[in-house]
Design a protein around this ligand. Structure first.
Ligand code: NDP
Length: 313
């Protein structure tokens, strides 16, 4: 096995599946109480078209709902649906008092005005925490549904007792769904925060200043050994399905099982961080798969229960 001169140790893998189960166990009595007092929490999931990746995500969300006793209603309009028709669907769920949360799975087809759809979801049914009203609440650090992926990362860091206050957190990526809310949540936990993006001048130098490094770029293997200082906590949000053999071998060539999986399926799921560098140089790291991914669904369930409790009040 190759060994990086500045870090031939082994970081601790943060187990997203375990934390997901923990969060779900804590939700069960709250769900039972809601059922007793009124009805099960409920979520409406809208999946437009037949994008295979979106279908997988939606299926696993619905499966988790069923396991927890959350009612889910899924609607799957044709990919040719217009913005107006989709608005009608959202509006009907907004007006339906039996629905606590509404999720419109992205990406949406090009003809749909995604921003208009996002704005149409009632803020008190916004399970994804993407509505500008809830983003404003996040900025002001007021209670509201939070974007699931960054909220899950905060949960994971806290449950592993990884301290955040006073640490320098570097986030690579500034999207509205991961990078920006992540920066705000870390700031509210009293980290000193740097946000990097595609125009950052010396990305490696910025990353090396991190105590906590969060990579959310969608660029397979962008973060290498050159970006990581020994002892950094590395959170890899990336979910990249790659088919390029050279890249796959660069990233997973050290792992016989993953090489075999690639040869069999001609594709493999990797993060934004070189996995071997991450394992050897970090103090803690989130593997892909099995790190951040499961937490996104757990926090979606948590937001649904929270909204149902608020509706009961
Ligand atoms: P976006 O494409 O919306 O944003 C990517 C960000 O990365 C942008 O801010 C972009 O900068 C930045 N970036 C791209 N290339 C570089 C570069 N070379 N150097 C520095 N910054 C760069 O992606 P998302 O935030 O939606 O998702 C990011 C990744 O996280 C994806 O792989 C996605 O699949 C995954 N993801 C995983 C989830 C999970 O549950 N595990 C949930 C959500 C996302 P700029 O703004 O300048 O263009």
């Amino acid at each position: 096995m190759l060994c990086y001169p500045h870090g031939c140790m082994s970081g601790v893998a943060l187990d997203g599946k375990r934390i997901k189960e923990e969060i779900e166990q804590e939700l069960r009595p709250r769900i039972a109480a809601l059922r007793e007092r009124k009805r099960a929490p409920s979520i409406a999931v809208v999946l437009v078209g037949d994008d295979p990746a979106s279908q997988i995500y939606v299926r696993s969300k619905i499966k988790t709902c069923a396991e927890l006793g959350i009612t889910s209603i899924d609607v799957t309009p044709d990919s040719k649906i217009s913005t107006e028709e989709l608005l009608d669907i959202v509006d009907s769920f907004n007006r339906d008092s039996a629905i606590d949360g509404i999720l419109v799975q992205s990406p949406l087809p090009n003809q749909i005005d995604e921003r208009t759809i996002l704005l149409a979801i009632a803020p008190d049914k916004d399970v994804d925490g993407f509505h500008p009203f809830n983003v404003g609440n996040l900025v002001a650090n007021r209670p509201a549904p939070r974007a699931c992926t960054p909220a899950g990362i905060i949960e994971m860091l806290k449950r592993y007792r990884i301290s955040i206050a006073g640490k320098h957190a570097v986030i690579v990526g500034r999207s509205n769904i991961v990078g920006k809310p992540m920066a705000l949540m870390l700031l509210h936990e009293n980290a000193t925060v740097t946000i990097c993006h595609s125009r950052t001048r010396d990305l490696a130098a910025e990353c090396r200043r991190a105590d906590i490094l969060v990579a959310a770029t969608g660029k397979a293997g962008l973060i290498t050994a050159n970006h990581i200082q020994p002892g950094t906590v590395v959170v890899d949000v990336g979910m990249n399905r790659i088919t390029n053999e050279t890249l796959a071998m660069r990233l997973v060539g050290y792992d016989e099982k993953r090489v075999a999986a690639f040869r069999k399926n001609r594709q493999i799921l990797v993060g934004d961080v070189d996995p071997q560098a991450m394992q050897q140089i970090s103090s803690y790291y989130t593997p892909v798969p099995g790190g951040v991914g499961p937490l996104t669904i757990a926090m979606l369930m948590s937001n649904t229960v929270l909204l149902a409790e608020q509706h009961l009040q």
